[in-house]
Design a protein around this ligand. Structure first.
Ligand code: TXA
Ligand code: MG
Length: 318
């Protein structure tokens, strides 16, 4: 069921059930983050391997205090500057965080989502919410309530309806537990904004061959059919066949039918494009294409996150 009933969501979460929740980035599959059994339910429903840890969501930094060793002013200043928002910080955890949340790792990922409904939900719960993106493992993340129900059907009885996600791409993950902060996943808060705040350049491990976020070691974001990047190809000359679908950054291609194309941002705005990306992948896959061709965005700002997701979708097996 897709519903705006906040009280029902509170009741379900308090009794250890799973609830689909809206955030500004993507929909999450939430459970009581202090209850290992409830969190196990997330892994089971998503078919997610247990070695892939999940993020804890809070309504404000004060509530994080007993979960992390947050004596660094850095965490506080970053949360002050970017939260609520699409920034996830990795910090050393305390014993209060169940091992299943961090997959046994000594660090926990924390964020404050910028969605009024979910902030209200979190304020009314005595625990943080563990929540990965609300998709089956390896599949495209959901940015609309229907994307969630399409994937889980009756197995997930309740999705809180917060409308379309405004940012539309997952949070940026920054590990601040070491001597220097490192980006583990490009996301909704651009690397440039973090660097401007910190006053120095950041290392990004998100696209290296040995990524540190365990879930990033895999191909992801598969819409259920092969995705091929258009980079450097003469198009539609090479490989394109009628029935294929095309996702373009800014402009339509002349020689491909309009109905077979989705433009992410006619104004060429990477933020608008990010907000449309997963919807475009969901919509394109619904036409049952042989292949989805995708054009990368300029590699600046949130464009880095768009390109990261497209490259991963292209590595997935379809
Ligand atoms: O925007 C988001 O971050 C969304 C919304 C729902 O908050 N959540 C999300 O969760 O994208 P998920 O599980 O789909 O992706 C989280 C990533 C995974 O790649 C996971 O491996 C990594 O964060 N991660 C979580 N906890 C970690 C930890 N303790 N150490 C290293 N990586 C961690
Ligand atoms: Mg995910």
């Amino acid at each position: 069921m897709i519903s705006k009933d906040l009280h029902k969501a509170i009741e379900l979460l308090r009794s250890g059930q799973l609830v689909g929740i809206p955030t500004e980035t993507v929909y999450g599959l939430a459970a009581n983050g202090c209850d290992p059994k409830a969190v196990a339910g997330i892994f089971d429903l998503k078919d997610r391997p247990r070695f892939d840890p999940v993020i804890l969501h809070f309504s404000e930094p004060e509530r994080m205090e007993s979960f992390v060793k947050m004596d660094s002013g850095l965490a506080r200043s970053l949360f002050e500057a970017f939260s609520p928002g699409a920034l996830t910080l990795l910090l050393p955890k305390t014993e209060k965080v169940p091992d299943i949340v961090t997959a046994g790792l000594p660090k926990v990922a924390l964020r404050i989502p910028d969605h009024p409904m979910t902030l209200e939900l979190l304020r009314n719960l005595p625990f943080p919410l563990a929540a990965p993106s609300a998709n089956l493992f390896g599949r495209t993340s959901p940015t609309r309530p229907a994307h969630v129900t399409d994937q889980f059907g009756e197995d997930l009885p309740f999705v809180l309806d917060g409308g379309a996600c405004t940012v539309g791409i997952e949070s940026t993950i920054l590990d601040i537990s070491g001597p220097r902060p490192v980006i583990l996943r490009q996301g909704g808060i651009p690397q440039e904004d973090l660097e401007a705040h910190l006053g120095y350049a950041l290392e990004s491990r998100s696209s290296s061959s040995q990524p540190e976020a365990p879930g990033m070691t895999h191909s992801h974001y598969s819409p259920g059919c092969p995705v091929v990047l258009m980079e450097g190809r003469a198009f539609p000359g090479e490989g394109y066949r009628s029935g294929d679908h095309v996702i373009r950054f800014k402009t339509l291609l002349e020689d491909v039918p309009k109905e077979a194309q989705i433009v992410l941002s006619t104004g060429g705005d990477v933020r608008e494009a990010a907000s449309q990306l997963f919807k475009a992948l969901h919509d394109a896959s619904r036409t049952n294409p042989r292949v989805i061709w995708a054009e990368c965005a300029p590699n600046t700002g949130v464009g880095r996150a768009i390109n990261d997701r497209l490259r991963r979708a292209a590595r997935a097996r379809g």
